[in-house]
Design a protein around this ligand. Structure first.
Ligand SMILES: Nc1nc2c(ncn2[C@@H]2O[C@H](COP(=O)(O)OP(=O)(O)O[C@H]3O[C@H](CO)[C@@H](O)[C@H](O)[C@@H]3O)[C@@H](O)[C@H]2O)c(=O)[nH]1
Ligand SMILES: [Mg+2]
Length: 199
């Protein structure tokens, strides 16, 4: 970017809690040369990581289901099915996601493959997610998982055949964006492999 296009006039703290709400005043220069004054609220939130756990032997995917407050607020079904994910908590993303996998699902995973970094809501929220896939086997499940009760977590494990995930994706029944991205990524990779094998 063109730092010269944008100049910070003020960065004001509106609220500091679990996350931080700020208000930026900016001077923004359009390509036409017109300079405009913008005020933008910003929810400053630490980054996270998410992982698609794929069991190649069973051809299944392990997902988590948990209560999500924003959906409750919107009067939507608040128990959301997602890939395992968590906040980085100051750790490097790979260490953080391996810890989350164990805490939430009970699987011990030594290797994860990086897929992509995505900004989850770039108009308002600073959050980005580091997304991974990991191959798991039944024998790697060394604990119950379920999340940290002392932090208010109650996580149900779900193991769905990949074919069922695909059906749900196509029916628009997977509502969490990081989960949609990772499932589509796996399905595209598998389709590409099949295509290459046919050649
Ligand atoms: N006290 C308090 N605790 C909170 C608050 N918000 C979240 N927590 C606690 O913070 C912990 C967060 O759990 P993680 O597993 O680390 O994160 P996550 O909620 O699964 O978030 C992941 O998915 C999100 C949704 O897609 C992502 O937004 C996030 O970056 C991350 O990837 C939970 O124990 C939750 O109760 C809050 O406002 N107050
Ligand atoms: Mg989590």
């Amino acid at each position: 970017m063109t730092q010269q296009k944008v100049r910070m006039l003020e960065d004001r703290l509106l609220y500091e809690g679990w996350n931080t709400l700020r208000q930026l005043s900016l001077e923004y220069q359009h390509d036409s040369g017109v300079v405009q004054h913008l005020q933008r609220e910003l929810y400053v939130k630490s980054p996270g990581a998410g992982v698609l756990l794929y069991n190649e032997v069973n051809d299944t995917v392990v997902l988590v289901k948990q209560f999500r407050t924003p959906l409750f607020y919107l009067n939507e079904e608040p128990m959301l099915v997602e890939v395992c994910a968590g906040l980085l908590d100051g750790e490097d993303p790979e260490t953080a996601i391996k810890r989350e996998i164990l805490e939430e699902t009970g699987y011990q995973v030594d290797h994860v493959d990086f897929v992509m970094k995505v900004f989850t809501s770039p108009g308002v929220v600073t959050e980005y997610l580091m997304l991974y896939t990991a191959n798991i086997r039944d024998t790697q499940r060394i604990a119950r998982g379920g999340g940290l009760v002392e932090e208010g977590e109650e996580i149900e494990l779900i193991e769905w055949p990949l074919s069922l995930c695909e059906e749900k994706l196509m029916a628009g029944e997977i509502q969490d964006a990081k989960t949609v991205i990772l499932l589509q990524n796996l399905l595209i990779k598998q389709a590409k492999t099949r295509h290459l094998q046919k050649k």
